[in-house]
Write a protein that binds this ligand. Structure first.
Ligand code: ADP
Ligand code: MG
Length: 422
């Protein structure tokens, strides 16, 4: 696919102040706060390095987690969780914010870049303003968590304007956040010339290319927990793919729609008709829709539950489906073997429990050995591939779970739409 947005290479950044939106929303250890996976920081390095090499003054920003930006809404949220509002202190709220400071990211980024990263204590406050004003070409400043500002998620023009006022150019490289129209991901583009970095370009070229002009056969593997979270994706991929493979928790709603009984498996009764519709649509379009022919079940949803092999697409009463079975693995691996392109979104089973990870592991292995262009979208699928040791065997693992899903649904991404056309 031809990427049709301007990138950092299409604009003069030398000596300029550049506001760079990154996706530094990294996973952290709950108790120590240590960054447990710095993949997203590493993914931002090519653009940051390019800007610094071009002698730009880089003002980087990102959100991290879901801080509650005002004390009032913090009290409300805690009260909803059953806490006595009178017992909630401002100190407690501030502590919850401190846990989501970008300071650990600044530290890790400095290590990766091998140079100083100046940290601002706020987003558009006096510290950020002063440090941005003093920033010299070739230096990098990191603003605090953009979601510390209540205007961020509301895409408040006042916040967007204040952020934009610190810089002369806006570069977005936060692929993981492009499906959100927030002040720092979309709003700022109203006030500055806006272009993309290399990560957004790469994600859209690879995923977009696989959707627009795939090397065929195009096989889409869809799994994960719910049909309802992937409705748009299934529907859109049915227009494009040659084969669609269904696994994970969502396959039981399909099995039920085919008339099987599924015991206590994940079932979304509201989506039974939708599943029937998709099966009819697949037939009408000549798309092969593969569903499980056997499974692995358990009496309870637990890591210690004993795995029970089940023949056929149903699950016995009193049990729940936890993984695809060996015949299904063979069927799916065969479909993947001759694929030109494979798009995978959603684990085949409860891979977090080792006893039920075999389906996901076997499919990851089949992808790794296929010779096809392999694209992994979806946060849990990316984690599964990583955890199972196949990450470096894949063509592309998307850094944006939600963003890649919305892109595969064919939806417009506000964080991309706002950038200058090439
Ligand atoms: P992704 O983030 O890759 O898009 P999802 O968020 O849709 O994937 O789903 C991932 C989750 O689905 C995993 O936590 C996994 O345990 C769960 N899952 C997979 N198969 C089943 C199943 N049979 N029953 C319940 N949960 C399942
Ligand atoms: Mg997920």
């Amino acid at each position: 696919m031809n990427y049709n947005k301007k990138t950092v290479k299409d604009i003069d950044v030398a000596g300029k102040k550049v506001l760079l939106r990154c996706d530094f929303n990294v996973p952290q250890d709950k108790t120590t706060g240590a960054i447990t996976d710095d993949k997203r920081i590493r993914a931002a390095l090519p653009t940051i390095q390019y800007l610094l090499d071009q002698n730009a003054a880089v003002i980087a920003c990102s959100h991290l987690g879901k801080p509650v930006a005002t004390f009032d809404s913090y009290v409300k949220k805690q009260a909803e969780k059953g806490k006595d509002p009178a017992s909630i202190t401002e100190e407690e709220w501030k502590k919850s914010l401190a846990k989501l400071s970008l300071a650990p990211v600044a530290k890790r980024l400095a290590e990766l870049l091998g140079r100083e990263v100046i940290m601002a204590a706020d987003v558009v406050g006096s510290d950020a303003q002063a440090k941005a004003a003093a920033l010299k070409p070739g230096q990098i400043l990191l603003l605090e968590n953009t979601r510390f500002e209540k205007g961020e998620t509301k895409n408040d023009p006042a916040l967007a304007k204040a952020m934009a006022a610190m810089a002369e150019v806006y570069v977005s490289d936060a692929f993981g956040a492009v499906h959100r129209a927030h002040a720092s991901t979309a709003g700022v583009a109203d006030y500055l010339p806006a272009v993309s970095g290399f990560l957004i370009q790469k994600e859209l070229e690879i995923i977009g290319g696989a959707l627009a002009d795939p090397k065929r056969p195009l096989v889409a593997i869809l799994g994960g927990s719910k049909v309802s979270s992937k409705i748009g994706v299934i529907n859109n991929l049915l227009e494009i793919a040659d084969t669609i493979i269904i696994g994970g928790g969502m396959c039981y709603t399909f099995a039920k729609a085919q008339g099987a009984s599924v015991g206590n498996s994940l079932l979304e009764a509201d989506w039974l008709d939708y599943c029937k519709e998709m099966m009819t649509k697949a037939q009408a379009k000549g798309v092969k829709l593969l569903l499980p022919v056997d499974g692995v079940a358990a009496k309870e949803f637990s890591a210690d539950a004993a795995p029970v092999a089940v023949e056929g697409n149903g699950i016995p009463d009193g049990m729940m489906g936890m993984d695809i079975g060996p015949k299904t693995i063979a069927l799916y691996a065969e479909a993947v073997k001759d694929a030109g392109t494979v798009i995978w979104n959603g684990p085949m089973g409860v891979f977090e429990f080792p006893a039920f990870a075999e389906g996901t592991r076997a499919i990851a292995k089949a992808l790794a050995e296929s010779g096809a262009i392999t694209i992994i979208g979806g946060g849990d699928s990316a984690a599964a591939v990583q955890q199972l040791g196949y990450a470096d065997k894949m063509t592309h693992i998307s850094t944006g779970g939600g963003a890649s899903l919305e892109f595969m649904e064919g939806k417009e991404l506000p964080g991309v739409a706002c950038l200058l056309d090439a």
